[in-house]
Design a binder for this molecule. Structure first.
Ligand code: PAF
Length: 283
């Protein structure tokens, strides 16, 4: 696996692959890789010939109150994992390479209608940071296919809408959520949990399964189901952010005939902000 730290280096390497007519599959990440990321790499191998991953802790998607310095950086270990799992190129730029004039003077991409709700409401500007950096990475890598995890369901929708709205010729794939045996969605943020918090954390997935059952029973309103779930999570030590039942397609509040729903939760546990979701199709 070749690691490139500059845009020039990566472009030169990928030009050679394109001349050979090799399809390029891209897996963007912020590093601190775990088996959830490796499931994206495994999926990438099924989708094309040349696998490119990126590791960039994107300052533009962190709020001023969010500690970007605390975000774990484990490049050497990440390189070993990527190599072992068959990645061909790693793009690992520094902030100056991506934002030569600083993140504040950077042209911004905002995907309308979907960027300021749910996680976007709790983290103002977050999705502008995500869609801007992903556009830049797409322009640098020029992949045929890009793979994202479905744990960040809203992020996946933002990227899908962005690619559609900007007429980009990139196929976006959302890979299923990778979970630990006890159900907790794999995430770099799980590393912030204390051992005691880690034992409580799977309750977030249980709350989704429980809400799914309640929705299918059709005895309570979505608001009642959500409120009940949040109260239960609070009782066991979580701090609420949101628990919402939305249209899977638009992420807006569902109409009463909506069949394809997604239950989305974000909650704080100690220093970690955990997110998870579950799709549900009604008969
Ligand atoms: O999901 C992530 O790790 C990041 O939001 C992404 C897509 C790599 C953009 O920085």
């Amino acid at each position: 696996m070749k690691t490139c730290h500059t845009v020039k280096e990566l472009r030169a390497a990928l030009k050679v692959e394109r001349l050979k007519d090799n399809s390029i599959v891209f897996v963007p990440t912020m590093g601190n890789l775990h088996d959830g990321h490796m499931s994206l790499i495994r999926r990438a191998k099924k989708e094309g010939k040349v696998i490119v991953a990126s590791i960039f802790v994107n300052p533009m998607q962190f709020g001023d109150n969010e500690d970007i310095e605390r975000y774990p950086r484990t490049l050497a270990e990440d390189q070993v994992l990527l190599l072992e799992n068959g990645c061909h190129y790693l793009f690992a730029p520094d902030a100056l390479e991506v934002y030569p004039d600083g993140k504040r003077s950077q042209t911004q991409i905002e995907v309308s209608g979907i960027s300021n709700i749910l996680c976007g409401a709790s983290r103002p500007g977050h999705f502008i940071g995500v869609s801007t950096v992903v556009t830049k990475l797409f322009n640098i890598v020029q992949p045929d296919v890009a793979i994202f995890g479905s744990k960040d369901f809203q992020q996946l929708k933002v990227i899908e809408n962005m690619v559609r709205d900007l007429s980009s010729n990139i196929k976006i794939i959302g890979e299923d959520i990778a979970r630990a045996e006890d159900g907790l969605a794999l995430s770099s943020r799980n590393g912030y949990l204390t051992p005691a918090e880690r034992t409580i954390a799977p309750s977030i997935f249980e709350s989704l399964l429980n809400a799914k059952e309640q929705i299918q029973l059709k005895e309570k309103t979505f608001e009642e189901i959500s409120e009940q779930a949040q109260k239960k999570l609070e009782e066991i030590g979580f701090t609420r952010d949101y628990f919402e039942i939305r249209s899977q397609h638009s992420l807006q509040k569902p109409t009463k005939d909506e069949k394809n729903l997604v239950i989305l939760v974000a909650a704080y546990l100690g220093k970690a902000r955990l997110i998870d979701n579950l799709c549900i199709t009604l008969n």
